[in-house]
Design a binder for this molecule. Structure first.
Ligand SMILES: [Zn+2]
Length: 405
């Protein structure tokens, strides 16, 4: 594959270039696209900022990310959306598209300036971190978005069922005597939103889907032609709630790690396409926040640098399915028009080179935070190179490799 002027110029034998990347044994495909990244800027730059998060994304094979709006201030206006987008351009390692908040300040009381943000090119709206609790606001937002092709992405969590809880409600929470979040806290919101979306004809996306019941609801809605899509995180594909018996805070996130049956259900959903995409929910928390005992710890884990490896370790996917779920589908859903195109002559050179057999153990991170549940855990598959706009953004060190071979 020959890359010139930011595009794939040729594919075939006997090509020559000034920099040569050896991709022996690797899968070469479109760079990964993350629909769910917390970059923490503005407001919590000690955990991550747009530049450090972009660098972590490049290490993970990503060429584009959707920045979640639960910043401080929230991305609920054109001004803050433009700020995050320009910080992404300055970092220059991945395309950063800001998602807009659905409600002003993410407070759930009234809609944010959806029309203004839509006109400014924002197409993905979420109050992530919280669900939109008021069904009338969900309906109003879907009506506005449906007119301009926007998507409502829902963090499906019924807050009255999860208040004061730290993990999944089940055998492990009973054993530990810790208050749990029932699976129905997720599926109740998924069901509610599917029914409202069906009334409006608008596009609904379910974020970090984690339960067997929610997989079944999405499958049923899709079979009826309702415009719903869904994502799953790498950690929900790989881990279950028994992890909390030992390691506590490192495994605390929303939605929580669920039962083995739920892990099997989300794996099956990803394989058969009920779940469209993998999304990291990369949620940096710096110590000491991340290292407290379970009851005091914050929710969330980082994921950009390990996502592809975790997916490859946990789920048996063919190369084409792998790149579809990590790149092609999320690019299509999120409106990343320069990303997620199958590699052929003429497409933008936004690429990931993935070695599916490489064994490694995560230890340190480019991210400013290190709250990963995969520290010390053997993974299979590693991103060897990332190419963004024709430039190598990860894996190429000319001083070491002498010509880059
Ligand atoms: Zn969320």
């Amino acid at each position: 594959m020959l890359v010139e002027d930011g595009v794939v110029a040729a594919i075939g034998p006997d090509l020559a270039g000034s920099t040569v990347l050896s991709c022996e044994g690797c899968w070469v495909g479109p760079g990964f696209v993350d629909l769910h990244t917390h970059l923490r800027e503005p407001g919590q730059e000690w955990k991550e900022d747009v530049a450090s998060g972009s660098a972590a994304a490049a290490v993970g094979g990503y060429t584009a990310v959707m920045a979640m709006p639960n910043t401080d201030p929230a991305i609920d206006s054109v001004a803050v959306a433009e700020l995050v987008r320009s910080l992404g351009d300055q970092a220059g390692l991945v395309e950063v598209r800001p998602a807009g908040a659905i409600t002003a300040g993410r407070r759930g009381a009234r809609l944010a300036d959806l029309e203004g943000m839509l006109r400014a090119g924002v197409s993905w709206f979420t109050d992530d971190g919280d669900a939109v609790a008021d069904p009338a606001l969900v309906r109003n937002a879907l009506e506005v978005l449906s007119q301009r092709g926007g998507v409502l992405a829902e963090h499906a969590e019924e807050p009255s069922l999860t208040a004061g809880a730290h993990m999944h409600e089940g055998s492990v929470s009973s054993l530990l005597g810790v208050k749990g979040m029932p699976a129905s806290a997720e599926s109740a919101i998924v069901a509610r939103d599917i029914l409202i979306a069906a009334d409006t004809g608008a596009r609904l996306h379910i974020q970090h889907l984690s339960t067997e019941a929610a997989v079944e609801l999405v499958a049923a809605a899709k079979s009826r032609g309702i415009r719903v899509t869904a994502e799953v995180t790498p950690h929900h594909l790989a881990l279950d709630h028994t992890e909390l018996k030992e390691h506590a805070a490192r495994f605390k996130m929303k939605p929580p790690l669920r039962r083995r049956e739920d892990v099997e259900a989300v794996r099956g959903g990803l394989r058969d396409g009920t779940i469209d995409a993998v999304a990291t929910d990369h949620a940096p928390h710096a110590p000491p926040e991340a290292n407290r005992p379970l009851q005091d710890a914050t929710f969330g884990v980082i994921g950009l640098e390990t996502a592809a490896a975790v997916v490859n370790t946990a789920v048996e996917l063919k190369p084409r399915e792998f790149f579809d779920r990590l790149s092609v589908a999320p690019a299509r859903l999120g409106g990343f028009t320069h990303h997620g195109h199958w590699t052929e002559k003429g497409v933008f050179a936004n690429l990931a080179v993935f070695d599916p057999k490489k064994q490694w153990v995560p230890g340190s991170f480019v991210s400013r935070s290190s709250n990963s549940p995969f520290v010390g855990r053997p993974l299979r598959g590693k991103v060897r190179f990332t190419v963004y706009q024709g430039r190598v953004t990860h894996g190429f060190n000319p001083s070491v490799s002498g010509g880059g071979r």
